[in-house]
Design a protein around this ligand. Structure first.
Ligand SMILES: Nc1ncnc2c1ncn2[C@@H]1O[C@H](COP(=O)(O)OP(=O)(O)OP(=O)(O)O)[C@@H](O)[C@H]1O
Ligand SMILES: [Mg+2]
Length: 479
């Protein structure tokens, strides 16, 4: 299915190439004018898309390639100014050129004040002037981008991972991360499974004064209570194999950042020792009589309601306050659905290999994905795109390529009528199967089950399957 009135193939993927200047969206309710503009701009080598109404235009607002919008101000029921404001708010990096028959100076000035790049009065005295203005808008855009890149390089932020999202809470999150770049406070990141807690932790680290130092992740939910203390603080007698086990992660992360993932799973006995280490900035390796100084920043993450755990006594209040100097909450994906198209494009680029026949996604498939609830959040969405890509024949992902559970139209869910209602038993069986099929590889098993690795570890422990995985694959004990 293609969008009415839209002839561009902009939803398809272009190879990342600095020479491709981005997409020019033409918004006007006069089809004739749209076509002439398109002809002129395409002759200049621009990629264009056309929209004959506000509703059609809005569909392109989240296209990551969108670079310039030529916007008719007198656009049906939704006045173009509203679209201008929306674009400025949602895509501040996109340049907008307004066009209108109302060639009064006030409206021109008003638009520029509201953030438009320039103004074209209709009827055009010289329609070819549009070439010059679009070229200038693209030029400014690339200058702004280049400046931003240089600034980031100067601040040593080159390696910061891409945190995709334009929804207001995600933009607020990006601003928080940027504003913390001189700050070394401990940070607590809260969010449901798969919302991007680790990604945010890495972004915080890459954007901090400790960016050049180590980032050491430790999954507290995956470590059995008996070894967590020596993993964190080290062990005198070297009873554990490998230097990691001996030195302890605190010392490995010295001067850098320690990422305590699933911090809510740390047992009370270790909570006390963790608090001591943070208060005194030193650790005492298990079995040792002396302490070792450490200097690190702790970023911790949890999907749990840690404040609630404090109230119920499951988590130490004093430790909570130490860890929770800055708190970051990542909203669930269903609370920021407008980010789904951006994320889908991002994951298509990330996972479509060079030889993949897939170049984009059909609109109806994208709409289906945007409507789904995503209990496993961004991770689940990424898994769906990755597995759809593996089987799709292209050139665009369609509804038929998506897994049934994503609400594929016309395909009924398998009937559960004759099965016993015992969720625990299903979960146990699913875990066993995933362990078997992945040969104990936590990464693969978690992906198959559509859950995060820490959730997997927790569930394995709950079902008494944890020991087995530790024996099968040492990777399961850490990371
Ligand atoms: N905003 C985002 N932009 C791009 N990729 C994202 C974003 N959020 C999450 N991801 C991707 O989704 C996957 C899951 O993210 P991450 O591991 O950070 O989530 P998590 O909250 O730590 O999950 P879990 O609770 O399961 O451990 C990763 O591959 C990550 O790169
Ligand atoms: Mg995680």
């Amino acid at each position: 299915m293609s969008l009415p009135g839209v002839t561009s193939d902009a939803a398809e993927l272009e190879p990342p190439d600095a020479a491709v200047p981005g997409l020019v969206l033409l918004v006007d309710d006069e089809p004739l004018l749209l076509r002439s503009l398109r002809r002129i701009l395409e002759a200049e080598g621009h990629r264009t898309a056309m929209a004959a109404s506000a509703a059609e235009a809005v569909r392109w607002f989240h296209d990551p390639d969108l670079a310039v919008v030529l916007l008719d101000l007198l656009l049906g029921p939704t006045h173009g100014l509203e679209l201008l404001d929306r674009l400025r708010a949602e895509r501040p990096e996109v340049e907008v050129i307004v066009m209108t028959g109302d060639a009064s100076i006030e409206s021109a000035v008003g638009c520029i004040r509201r953030g438009a790049f320039d103004y074209l009065a209709k009827p055009f005295g010289d329609i070819y002037r549009v070439k010059t203005i679009v070229a200038q808008a693209l030029e400014r855009r690339s200058l702004v981008q280049r400046n931003r890149e240089l600034e980031e390089e100067l601040r040593g932020r080159g390696a910061a991972p891409a945190l995709i999202g334009n929804a207001p809470p995600m933009r607020a999150l990006q601003r928080t991360i940027a504003s913390l770049h001189h700050n070394e406070s401990h940070v607590l990141v809260q969010g449901e499974s798969g919302t991007g807690k680790e990604l945010v932790a890495r972004a915080l680290q890459a954007n901090s004064p400790r960016a050049a130092e180590a980032f050491v992740p430790v999954d507290c939910g995956a470590l059995p209570e008996t070894i967590i203390e020596s993993e964190l603080f080290g062990h005198e007698k070297g009873a554990f194999t490998g230097a990691l086990g001996n030195a302890g992660l605190f010392r490995i992360a010295d001067k850098g950042t320690l990422f305590l993932d699933e911090v809510g799973e740390i047992p009370p006995s270790v909570q006390a020792k963790l608090l001591r280490a943070l208060q005194h900035k030193e650790v005492r390796p298990v079995g040792s009589t002396s302490t070792v100084p450490v200097d690190l920043r702790i970023i911790s993450a949890t999907h749990r309601d840690l404040a609630g755990m404090v109230k119920s006594g499951a988590f130490r209040t004093d430790l909570f306050y130490r860890l929770n100097v800055v708190r970051i909450e990542i909203p669930a994906l269903r609370e920021r659905r407008e980010d789904i198209p951006l994320l889908v494009h991002h994951f298509l680029r990330k996972h479509a290999g060079e030889r993949s026949p897939v170049e984009g996604i059909e609109t109806d498939a994208l709409e289906l994905l945007s409507r789904a609830d995503w209990p496993g959040n961004v991770r689940e969405l990424e898994n769906v795109i990755e597995s759809a890509l593996a089987l799709a024949r292209g050139p665009k992902l369609g509804v038929a390529d998506l897994p049934r559970s994503r609400g594929r139209a016309g395909v009924a869910a398998p009937s559960l009528e004759h099965l016993p209602l015992d969720l625990q038993a299903y979960e146990h069986a699913a875990l066993e199967r995933a362990l078997r099929e992945s040969r104990g590889d936590a990464r693969v098993a978690a992906r198959q089950l559509g859950i995060g690795r820490s959730t997997l570890y927790r569930k394995l422990a709950h079902h008494g399957l944890a020991g087995r995985s530790h024996r099968d694959d040492s990777e399961l004990t850490i990371r």
